[in-house]
Ligand binder design. Sequence first.
Ligand SMILES: [Zn+2]
Length: 378
Amino acid sequence: MPTNHNSINEKRLTALFCQLVSIDSESFHEKEMAEAVTAALKELGITAVMDDSAAETGSNAGNLFAKIPGTGSQKDKEPLLFMAHMDTVAPGKGKKAIIHEDGTITSDGTTVLGADDLTAVSSILEALTSIQENGLPHRPLELLFTTAEEAYTKGATAFDFSKSQAKEAFAFDCSDKMGSYSQTEPTLLSFTIEVHGRAAHAGFEPEKGINALLAAARAAAQLPLGRADDHTTLNIGRVEAGTATNIVPERAVLSGEIRSLVHEDALALYQRVVDIFKKEAEKIGASVQEKKIVHLTAYRIEKNDPALLRYQKVLHDLGVSGSSRVNFGGSDINVVRRLGKDGICIANPMYGAHTTHETTNVKELALMAEIVRGLMLS
Ligand SMILES: [Zn+2]
């Protein structure tokens, strides 16, 4: 990896990452992080504008968007969009980055580290700083720092993408070895099924009751829970039923999710789930109400995808070997692609993400910034 002065400043980048980690920014509470990112951009002479998505997302901040004009020989090229999310999962209050002797960075073990996605936020800022201090000509750039990505990409979903002129977008939010990218992301839908029966005293007149929990349990037992097929999963993650031990439960509410790499298969499986519940409810005279929300829509990156080709060229120039992976989670790129724009989700150095033993490391953090810089200068 190049370490000359015309490149990424590893020390500065690491310090910035640690500073961002020290800011609380759990989903829907990104205000302070947004202020820190805005201040860092301002130092570079870049004005970030906060959108009004907070009203829609329920977050205490909006998404941050900035446009940077191109310079020199590159100024009339097509703009590119760079994305990272500002929120972290819980437990994320009072985070502290600890740099170990071998360059590994961890939290103190009581919170997540926030490498997801602060390695991306800090890398984008360092890449811009490096480009600016070396006076390198670059194409027009757009930056989007989103809120509530961890809550099914809520911030990006609420962003008005007509503000962006870029045809290609790059998000850095994929937990895998450096050089890889998400070749696919699944459709992800969550659902709630409510079975309604009739309450009755469990001792005096149980025959007058209609046990909603019984119908729900019989239905749940028939579902292909877990891996429904080789590209689809189904989970019931929450069950609520009844009110007291001596009352036949009138109501049972089950909620869960379906993920599938094939959009139609997710919808078909959901219909099957609903049909099974309706059949079992009918058998005992209960009824069913159901509701689903489609959060993500499956996509697949083809070999000749322009954003992928650009990424592969940058990796080649840096001497990094690339690979693709199936990502069974979503990212903000899902939103971009649903709108018909091109974009890929690139691996950033975050290991054990969403746990208190999440780590990153100084070397790969610097490589991440090199990759971002390479894309910006492409
Ligand atoms: Zn993430």
